[in-house]
Design a binder for this molecule. Structure first.
Ligand code: ES4
Ligand code: ZN
Length: 319
């Protein structure tokens, strides 16, 4: 039981594919006749021993092969929503990676519609609100991102925005400027992973070239005092995921995590689970692991609600 169940929490950094628990992965593999390169749930879980972001992404993309149908995407996200609602989840903005699925022959609409089915059900049955954020894979060609955005044209009504994720080092934001400009024209919000493994300059580039309204991770901004001053001045929300940073060795120990320094600097930080099935904690577990006291927990939760793309009315309800 989380200490912070009663605190209404908004998840702003949550990858749908990162909620795939090993038990569900095996169930879907059986249902879809897909072979997983692991003998058992225990074998798969034992592979969750990552050395960096890429070692995690290799496994994350391999297990997504079990996701094939609209029903699969519903079942995936619904399991996350039920489990997180029990920890006080009130609102969630869900990242998803169409390019992890469409090259395998999965229809873009099945991915979006399955995830949206789960969100619709969550609002009715759990009182949890939310939306979808389509992420482009930055280690894939820009033209593929542009095509993916065009595929989204007849689902704009269920998309909150676009994001940028996957391998960060060697894949800077700037080449995606035109795709993000197009997303803005289409009325979509813009966010990007930046400053997770790559230096602070990645955050600056995402702000300057992509016009992002929020930065995902951003922990390395602390290396650049000028950038920190800008992020504070512009009140840019930073969606921080300490359990992810620990498991991907961005930090060696939770005690070394920059969250306290980020709060002390006056940054608008909030706390999220990233890929909870892989990193050992859902949103309430994350608060339990790093929130030092009730006052700080309340501030982190408030920052998440304020930094969300929820309607003004919903924000008022949650604050
Ligand atoms: C991710 Cl932790 C993280 N970083 C970048 N891309 C991702 N996709 C899923 N999890
Ligand atoms: Zn992430």
């Amino acid at each position: 039981m989380s200490r912070f169940t009663e605190l209404p929490k908004a998840e702003l950094h949550l990858h749908a594919e990162g909620t795939l628990e090993p038990e569900l992965a095996f169930e879907l593999a059986r249902r879809n006749g897909v072979d997983l390169p692991f003998a058992s749930v225990e074998d798969l879980r034992a592979a969750y021993d990552f050395t960096d972001l890429q070692s995690f992404l290799d496994l994350y993309y391999a297990t997504t092969a079990v996701l094939r149908t609209r029903r699969d995407f519903h079942d995936l996200l619904w399991a996350y929503l039920e489990r997180s609602a029990a920890q006080g989840l009130a609102h969630v903005e869900v990242f998803f990676d169409p390019q992890a699925h469409t090259p395998r022959g999965v229809a873009f609409t099945d991915v979006v519609d399955g995830l949206h089915d789960a969100l619709t059900r969550a609002e009715a049955e759990l009182g949890v609100t939310g939306g979808l954020i389509l992420c482009f894979l930055r280690d894939r060609p820009v033209e593929e991102a542009a095509r993916t955005l065009e595929q989204a044209r007849d689902r704009l009504d269920v998309l909150l925005g676009v994001g940028l994720d996957s391998a960060e080092v060697g894949f800077p934001p700037a080449p995606f400027a035109a795709v993000f400009a197009r997303a803005a024209e289409l009325g979509l919000h813009r966010v990007a992973h930046a400053g997770e493994e790559a230096p602070a300059s990645s955050v600056t580039e995402a702000l300057d070239h992509l016009g992002v309204e929020r930065v995902d991770h951003g922990v390395r901004c602390l290396d650049d005092p000028g950038l920190v001053a800008r992020l504070v001045r512009e009140a840019v929300p930073l969606t921080v995921c300490p359990l992810s940073n620990l498991r991907l060795k961005v930090v060696d120990d939770l005690a070394d995590h920059p969250l306290p320094a980020m709060l002390a600097a006056g940054l608008k930080v909030s706390l999220h689970s990233d890929d909870p099935a892989y990193f050992g904690g859902y949103v309430g577990d994350t608060f339990d692991a790093v929130a030092p006291d009730d006052t700080t927990a309340a501030l982190l939760a408030r920052n998440a609600v304020e930094g969300s793309f929820a309607s003004a009315g919903r924000k008022t309800e949650l604050l």
